[in-house]
Structure formats: C-alpha cells, structure tokens
Design a protein around this ligand. Structure first.
Ligand code: NDP
Length: 333
C-alpha cells in the first residue's frame, strides 16, 4: 500500500518537499473499521491550516502522519453489517490507496444517484458549506446584490447559483478569464470580476455593484474582501467562510479597520463552519440534490488522475489551477 505523510510543516506556499510517499503493508481493519480502496481523494484549502501547528478548529496533522481528508472508496472488507464488500462509501481517511476507515463516519453512496465524486462536493461538504453559509447567514432576498469571492471554486460556484435561485443579482470575483467566462456564460452570474486582471478592484466592484452589496460571501479575505466591505449596504450580511488569501502568509495580515463600516451599516459579519449545521445536513443535501437534478445547479470538477499527483493537486489550489472542485482520481469502480 502507498500513503502520503506530512514530511515537514510548510512555510508559506506548500511544496512537494512537505510531502513524502511511504509504502506500508495493507492496513488490517480493526473492529469498527472497514478496509476501503480509494477511488477519489478530495484536496481542500482547510488542509493547509492543519499542516501548521497553530491552534485552529481542526487539530494539526502531526509531522510523519498520513494526511487525512475527504475521500470516496469501495469497501473491500467490513465487519460492520451496514457495509458490504463492493459498497461505495464516502468519509474521511488518509491519502492512501487502501485505508482502514472508521465505519461510524462512513456514508453509503449510491452510484444511481449521480457521479460518486459529487458526494465530495456539490452534494457533500463544499455544497453544504455554500448552502448553509448563504441561506442561514447571508439570507439573500430577491433583487439584492450578492457578491461571492473565490467564485469559480467548489464553494463559490454553488453560492452564486443558490443566490440566483433566490432571485438575487450575483457578482463573482475569480482569478482567470476562463473562470469569468464560465461563470457568466454557463452559470448566469450577472457580473464577474477577474481580480488578477483588474487595475483597480475597488473601481471594478463599484461598477459591478451600482446598488451596493447586500450579501458578501467571503471565501478569500485580504484585499479583495477589504474592497467589497467598502460597498456594503445597510443591514448587509457577511458569511465568513474562508480566508484562502491568508493561509500561506507568514506574517500577520493587517488590513483596514472595518468595524466602523459594520457599525454604520448595522451589518452582520459571522464566521461559520459547515459542521455547525451537521444536524440539518441531510435536509441540505436533499435540497441540493434536487436542484442538481432539475438543472438549477451545475458543477465542474477539476480531476487530476493518479495518486502520485495528490500533493500537486493540493498545492494547485493556492494558484487557482482549479475551475470547480479539485479532486484526485485514484481508482476505478
Ligand atoms: P476552491 O475550489 O475555491 O479552491 C481554491 C480557490 O481559491 C482557487 O481556485 C483560487 O481561485 C482561489 N485562491 C487561491 N489563492 C487565492 C488568493 N490568494 N486570493 C484570492 N483567491 C485565491 O476551494 P473551496 O471552494 O473548497 O473553498 C473555498 C473557501 O471556503 C476556502 O477559503 C476554504 O477554506 C473555505 N471553506 C470553508 C468551510 C467552512 O466550513 N467554513 C468549508 C469548506 C471550505 P482564483 O483563480 O479565483 O484565485
């Protein structure tokens, strides 16, 4: 069996040297575990936080330990009667070709419901993040302006489409011309700003949001968010989902003080984790699946083939290589 361990903690942007491939005997599942063969691995920006030893909401990976994250696989062996050999499951396990996964946290995936990989994004973790963050905190109303950063990513593209379903005007911010085109032409975003090409992001936003900003779904933080926050309307809502522009910074980021903007506009800014809504996840998943079925929500996957390319797939998140959900395909059913 092969696995990928954290060889060293990244300083700044992660690089290949931070990861090491190790061969090991096939894991022996213990009671409460199943042996699974990995089909897809999910690489996600939050994993960068776990590679540091700073205190956060998820405990750090230990140096020398296998990197763990979302995955889909096929059960090979199981002592838990709920899972039989051949079943497709999603859950959390290591960057390994074969893993002994805790069955308590596995979910069965029915290939008849759609591509099994979608359990890692649109009807899984990133879809639910978009759903709960936008609907429970952002609460977009018809005709309001919703701005979403990281708009062409796994979370962002679902946020924009749910906001459209709710009748809002949607403005996205993304990092390449291809992403801009996709969001406007395929997903019907009203305006999209290429923040890398814009001379002045503030001016571009002002032009794209003539009526100000009612909801800002923040995936990236930093200067992009500073610019959006200058345009918020009275009673604006700001779900703080992620801050990817800061994850690789080694010095503390110091931005403008935004409290006066929040106060003056009696705005709500709230951080959240998708896990906060675990009790309602099933309900969210059903509604997302329904929207996908009706064609109201589309998605993209950026699939890299081959277990050996997992570190590169992860590192690529920080240079915007992915349009849609970044996945690694490790095996076939
Ligand atoms: P994405 O699919 O959006 O991939 C990351 C994208 O971020 C890249 O494609 C890139 O697109 C953009 N990006 C990278 N670096 C920067 C930068 N310095 N400035 C601006 N944009 C950058 O990832 P996800 O959809 O999975 O996650 C999006 C955000 O949501 C992340 O911040 C993540 O941590 C957070 N998250 C939070 C959860 C929660 O429970 N609160 C759960 C899941 C995710 P581009 O080309 O546009 O730059």
């Amino acid at each position: 069996n092969d696995k990928i361990i954290l060889a060293s903690r990244p300083e700044g942007v992660p690089s290949r040297e931070n990861f090491e491939f190790v061969s090991e005997p096939l894991p022996q599942p213990q009671a409460g575990q199943a042996l699974v063969r990995t089909l897809y691995l999910s690489v996600d920006p939050y994993m960068r936080g776990r590679m540091s030893d700073a205190k956060s909401y998820a405990p750090p990976y230990a140096v020398g330990d296998v990197i763990r994250g979302g995955a889909v696989g096929q059960v090979m062996e199981s002592s838990d009667p709920r899972f039989a050999p051949g079943d497709i499951v999603s859950g959390t396990w290591g960057w390994q070709r074969y893993a002994a996964a805790e069955t308590a946290h596995l979910m069965k995936v029915d290939p008849a419901d759609g591509p099994i990989s979608t359990s890692l994004h649109v009807v899984g973790m990133t879809g639910l993040t978009a759903y709960f963050g936008l609907l429970r905190i952002g609460d977009p109303q018809p005709g309001e302006t919703v701005v979403v950063s990281g708009a062409a990513g796994a979370v962002g593209m679902i946020v924009g489409q749910i906001a459209k379903i709710k009748g809002a005007r949607v403005v996205g911010i993304a990092g390449t011309e291809r992403k801009v085109r996709y969001l406007k032409e395929e997903l019907g975003f009203d305006e999209v700003i290429d923040y890398k090409a814009a001379d002045n992001i503030q001016a571009a936003l002002e032009q794209a949001c003539p009526n100000g900003v009612d909801v800002y779904f923040d995936n990236v933080g930093g200067e992009i968010s500073d610019a959006v926050l200058h345009l918020i309307n009275r009673h604006a809502r700001i779900p703080v989902c992620g801050q990817i522009s800061l994850y690789n910074l080694q010095d503390q980021d110091v931005g403008p003080r935004i409290q006066p903007l929040l106060l003056k506009n009696t705005a709500l800014m709230k951080g959240f984790l998708v896990g906060d809504y675990a009790a309602e996840a099933e309900e969210g998943r059903k509604e997302l699946a329904g929207w996908v079925k009706k064609g109201l929500i589309q998605y993209e996957e950026n699939i890299i083939e081959g277990f050996e390319n997992t570190p590169d797939a992860f590192i690529g998140l920080f240079s915007g290589d992915n349009l849609g959900k970044q996945l690694v395909k490790v095996g076939e059913i």
